[in-house]
Ligand binder design. Structure first.
Ligand code: NAD
Ligand code: ZN
Length: 380
């Protein structure tokens, strides 16, 4: 099998840093290499990956802002077909069309039992250590070196061995280029609005950050019947996409306060932070009305601290809610969101910028970091 492996992190290239500053394509942090192809153990299955797509969270592992054990085979948003079944896997068949999900929920821990499988304790543990839900990492180089799994998926590859709990079976006829983005971007952005915030008809919603996660949140806000959806990103290249996704007004961070005042007076009911910046979370808290909610979806650097006026919580009833994987129940929400897509209510095609061979994955890191692409798909 073939996979893209990260051996050491590369700091994010700073725009305009002058000569000598390397791009990801120069530095080549991901090495596409041959690995021994593991067979699934009990509770696992083998998947032939059709398309994987590059998410900002992969980039954050590459630049060191999401700390993971290395070497690691990256990629966590993908679609494929089941090619082999481990012992005891009876509710999935060879040939099934599957979306990969990045939290393999155990079904038994406190979070799972309280109906919040996205926060599964066991999954957090194995995802953090680069192992799989049903046993230690299986990926090996031909020389026998252990390669860690990324979020139980490792999808920048032509094949993946994953826990049964890491796949959701979908209908055969969903195009792979659409399905590929449901496991992370769509599940996360939609879930932030529908599950975490519980946006109701007539509310006003602002979305900060118009990558695939934020644009999915824009689509969800419209779908939930929000009266106004204000979309904010300094990259004006994302603005038309936000309009196409259903935003009622669009602008840069400098425009945000004015657009919000025009749309909803003293602030929005819900602000979604899909950037990964503590400063943006703080400004979202200023932009919500009394009783409003900020949903923190972006993943800031672990050292980032948030300092905000403490009184606004009790004094103005504001809430700050974290949302991991959209607080989703993937086997419930992926088919539900695919249903919205079938009805023409979820234009996820607009998230897919282009498709490249896996060998160009490092160029993909530059394209995502510079905001040239929303979702670039890769084919091994
Ligand atoms: P992306 O890089 O495609 O998009 C981020 C966008 O934010 C870019 O368009 C950028 O121009 C914009 N931005 C930068 N500064 C901004 C500012 N001050 N105000 C408004 N917009 C600004 O990223 P993505 O793949 O859509 O992911 C977004 C974030 O969500 C990342 O932090 C990612 O790690 C995180 N994420 C979280 C989860 C989760 O489960 N919570 C899942 C997936 C991704
Ligand atoms: Zn992701």
């Amino acid at each position: 099998m073939k996979a893209a492996v990260l051996y050491s992190t590369v700091p994010a290239p700073t725009p305009g840093a002058g000569p000598g500053k390397r791009t990801y394509s120069d530095a080549g942090p991901l090495l596409v290499q041959e690995l021994d192809q593991p067979e699934p153990r009990a509770g696992e299955l083998g998947v032939a990956i059709t398309y994987s797509s590059l998410c900002h969270s992969d980039l954050s592992v590459v630049d060191g802002s999401r700390v993971r054990p290395l070497p690691m085979a990256l990629g966590h948003e993908a679609v494929g077909r089941v090619v082999s079944l481990g012992e005891g896997v009876e509710d999935v068949s060879v040939g099934d069309h599957v979306v990969l999900v990045f939290v393999p929920s155990c079904g038994k821990c406190r979070a799972c039992l309280s109906g919040r499988p996205a926060l599964c304790h066991r999954a957090a543990e194995v995802n953090g250590s680069g192992d799989l839900l049903h046993g230690p990492a299986l990926l090996r180089t031909p020389a026998g070196e252990r390669i860690n799994h990324h979020l139980g998926v490792s999808a920048f590859a032509d094949y993946a061995v994953v826990a049964r709990e890491s796949v959701v079976v979908i209908d055969d006829d969903v195009p792979d280029t659409v399905a590929a983005m449901f496991g992370c971007a769509v599940l996360t952005g939609m879930g932030a609005v529908l599950n975490t915030a519980g946006v109701s008809p007539g509310q006003s919603v602002a979305v900060f950050g118009l990558g695939a996660v934020g644009l999915s949140a824009v689509m969800a806000a419209r779908l939930a019947g929000a009266a106004s959806v204000i979309a904010v990103d300094p990259n004006q290249g994302k603005h038309q996409l936000a309009r196409d996704a259903g935003a009622t007004s669009v602008g840069t961070p400098e425009d945000a306060a004015r657009l919000i005042a025009e749309a909803s007076g003293d602030g929005v009911d819900v602000a979604i932070e899909a950037v990964g910046s503590a400063a943006v979370i703080a400004s979202c808290l200023e932009q919500v009305t009394r009783g409003g909610a900020v949903v923190s979806v972006g993943l800031p650097h672990p050292s980032a601290q948030l300092t905000v006026p403490a009184l606004q919580f009790a004094g103005a009833g504001k809430r700050l809610l974290g949302s991991y994987m959209g607080d989703a129940v993937p086997s419930r929400d992926i088919p539900k969101y695919l249903g919205f897509w079938r009805e023409g209510r979820l234009p996820v095609e607009l998230l897919h910028t282009d498709t490249r061979p896996l060998g160009e994955i490092n160029e993909g890191l530059d394209a995502l970091a510079s905001g040239q692409v929303v979702r670039r798909l890769f084919q091994a």
